[in-house]
Design a protein around this ligand. Structure first.
Ligand SMILES: [Mn+2]
Length: 328
């Protein structure tokens, strides 16, 4: 939400004439109403023409903007279409996800059209092993001034012939394992010249400052309980932190470490969290008569059938682990 607001503020500051959003504004068509309202209010407040096409994550038939009341500066294009903005001397070709068969014919300059002609497309260019929905040759043949691509998470240049063509990437790091630049692109279109494309840093997300490679290795050996471990980890988190935390060492606390519930506790203190257990658990010692009884039974069985002793000890440890709230 902060990144989206910064994108539009940056566009205002730079006195951009329009903002292009090439699909997947929403990660899913089933987003909460407050997110939709937030997006619409940020767009409305920007007072800039904002052109939005649909992506594969927010497809046309279920896109939240289909049923919303849209501000007058928002141009929402759910199908392959041409939009003319006379005040900007601009013509926009929309090639949204889900409408691929119509793209090739639509993606061309209209010789009688506006002086500046651009396109928005949402789909994949070919990659090793995949053909992709878009053919790079279309870009060169289009005769357009600029093609804004959406779908990929990092900025990529696909300019061909006289047509500048870029994936903008996401304006914020959206997965902890992807160390992405998190930028927006500022594109200057001038008649008869190739468009100038400049990337502007937008993202605030970063790994914890003591984890420059993005992974925070944390030794759990020194902690006696989950609460003190959580407190120590929390001290490293900020609302901008994208944290991959790998727990190492020997866990000697009384209760087993429950990664799932730890992640739930830490998540509110950072932007994104990935908690990984690479620690060893000490053998659990019995604390109650029932736990003592369980271990004694395991020992008795182990003595009767020595070839299955490991299995009985493991069963008893698992029982203790589960009794103390561990999850398998
Ligand atoms: Mn996509």
């Amino acid at each position: 939400m902060r990144a989206f607001r910064r994108v539009l503020r940056e566009a205002q500051t730079r006195e951009c004439h329009a903002v292009l959003i090439a699909g997947d504004l929403f990660d899913s068509p089933r987003v909460a109403q407050r997110w939709v309202e937030f997006a619409l209010s940020v767009i409305a407040d920007s007072r800039l023409p904002v052109i939005v096409i649909v992506g594969n994550h927010d497809p046309a038939e279920r896109h939240p903007f289909q049923t919303a009341r849209l501000p007058s500066n928002l141009h929402f294009l759910p199908a392959t279409d041409r939009l003319r903005l006379d005040a900007l001397e601009l013509e926009v070709v929309a090639c949204p996800a889900g409408d691929e068969p119509r793209w090739a014919a639509a993606l061309r300059r209209d010789p009688h059209g506006a002086p500046h002609q651009i396109a928005l497309m949402h789909g994949s260019m070919p990659t090793a092993g995949n053909s992709g929905a878009i053919e790079p040759a279309w870009i060169a043949q289009s005769g357009l001034d600029y093609v804004a691509l959406g779908d990929w998470h990092s900025p990529q240049d696909w300019s061909r012939g006289g047509t500048a063509c870029w994936y903008s990437g996401a304006p914020e790091m959206i997965m902890p394992r992807q160390q992405l630049p998190a930028v927006m692109l500022v594109v200057e279109v001038a008649q008869g010249q190739p468009a100038q494309v400049q990337s502007v840093a937008i993202g605030e997300a970063r790994p914890p400052h003591n984890a420059p490679d993005g992974i925070l290795h944390w030794d759990v050996s020194a902690y006696k309980d989950t609460a003190s471990l959580l407190e120590a980890l929390r001290a490293w988190l900020t609302p901008e932190t994208v944290a991959r935390i790998r727990l190492t060492g020997r866990w000697q606390g009384d209760a087993p470490l429950n990664l799932e519930s730890m992640a739930e506790m830490l998540q509110p203190y950072c932007l994104w969290l990935d908690l990984e257990g690479a620690f060893q658990s000490e053998r659990l010692q019995p604390h109650t008569p029932f736990e003592t009884f369980l271990l004694e039974r395991a020992q008795a069985h182990a003595q009767q059938t020595p070839n299955q002793a490991d299995l009985y000890y493991e069963a008893a440890q698992t029982a203790l682990y589960l009794l103390r709230g561990g999850r398998l």
